[in-house]
Design a protein around this ligand. Structure first.
Ligand SMILES: [Zn+2]
Length: 100
């Protein structure tokens, strides 16, 4: 039974369930506990930053090749939960520290 929850975005929330905190998609899929990175539980698509749009085309292709655009999707319903730009090979950025 959920007692407390916080919306993180349009499709993601943190909820306390029976004393533990979990990331939960709008579809109900659990995306890891609150002390983990929910991105580790998502399907990930990694592409060149130029794929974002015309404004993201770099003048230095060598520099552009060192970074990537990542999209994180719920493995159950396919909703996109997050995006990030990071260096190729770097771990997923952990940008949420829950405090419920
Ligand atoms: Zn979902």
């Amino acid at each position: 039974m959920e007692r407390q929850q916080v919306l993180i975005g349009d499709n993601l929330r943190l909820a306390r369930v029976e004393g533990a905190i979990y990331f939960i998609c709008a579809c109900g899929q659990t995306l890891g506990s609150g002390d983990e990175n929910f991105k580790d539980y998502c399907l990930v698509e990694e592409s060149a930053t130029a794929s974002i749009g015309a404004g993201y085309k770099a003048s230095d292709q060598g520099m552009a090749d060192q970074v990537c655009f990542r999209e994180f999707f719920c493995p159950s319903c396919g909703l996109r939960q997050a995006t990030e730009i990071a260096r190729v090979g770097d771990p997923y950025l952990s940008d949420i520290q829950p405090r419920l």
